[in-house]
Design a protein around this ligand. Structure first.
Ligand code: CTP
Length: 222
């Protein structure tokens, strides 16, 4: 006998951010990071499989997704991700912010390729808006907001600070100290901290399985 699909998120509008952002310096260069987008894409696919209508805001990555319940919006910079997320958020039930957003961008974009000149080159960076924090400020009672935290020291303390300061309902903590976890890998090791103080630690798993743990936590918050 075949089992019925789990459609726990049917009727829910879910926003997922994934991948890195690229901050342009000139027509041929950018500042980026090593995020592969695998975690965010796995989350988007799982929520879609569970019946949600998913909008995936994706930075530049080498993976694709083809799912009837997933709409992909490709962006490049943190400012583009910020604009897209803030425009869509009011119609969203659950937002999961797994993107590795650049904290800073070059103050000036050079329309022409920067030429090699002196022995050293200084690039001035300015702060990008914090997307998660902005959505936290806009959040209504019935909306769920999940942030990620990537830490390599005082992991739990820093993640708890992010949970409160960004008004999230939960933080998914990745530590850079675990082998097989974080950027580029197909596996991840997470701890989820809920705003009521509950902490759930999980072993190293495939990102697909990690997405299931995140979905189970979101169900507790609904
Ligand atoms: N985030 C965001 N906008 C930014 C930076 C981060 O929305 N400009 C989100 C990330 O998507 C993630 C969470 O904030 O969900 C935490 O990201 P992280 O890089 O761990 O923390 P930061 O807030 O950038 O703080 P720091 O780099 O100082 O640890």
């Amino acid at each position: 006998m075949s089992t019925l699909p789990n459609l726990s998120f049917f009727g829910k509008k879910v926003l997922v951010t994934a991948g890195p952002t690229y901050e342009k310096l000139d027509p041929v260069r950018f500042i980026g990071n090593y995020s592969s987008g695998k975690m965010g894409y796995a989350i988007a696919e799982l929520f879609a499989d569970m019946g949600a209508e998913v909008t995936l805001i994706s930075g530049p990555v080498n993976i694709t997704i083809s799912h009837p319940n997933v709409k992909v919006v490709k962006i490049e910079s943190a400012l583009e991700m910020f604009n897209t997320c803030t425009q869509l958020f009011s119609a969203i039930d659950i937002a999961i912010m797994s993107a590795a957003v650049a904290d800073y961008r070059p103050e000036h974009y050079s329309e022409t390729k920067i030429k090699k000149q002196e022995e050293s080159l200084t690039i001035h960076l300015v702060k990008n808006p914090d997307i998660l924090k902005t959505l936290g400020l806009q959040k209504r009672e019935n909306q769920i907001l999940i942030g990620f935290a990537l830490e390599n020291h005082n992991e739990l303390e820093n993640a708890k600070v992010k949970l409160i300061s960004k008004n999230a309902d939960a933080i998914v903590l990745n530590t850079l100290n675990d082998a097989g976890a974080g950027f580029q890998h197909d596996t991840n090791q997470i701890t989820i901290i809920l705003k009521n103080g509950a902490i759930f630690e999980f072993p190293l798993k495939t990102k697909k399985e990690v997405a299931k743990d995140i979905a189970a936590c979101v169900l507790k918050l609904l």
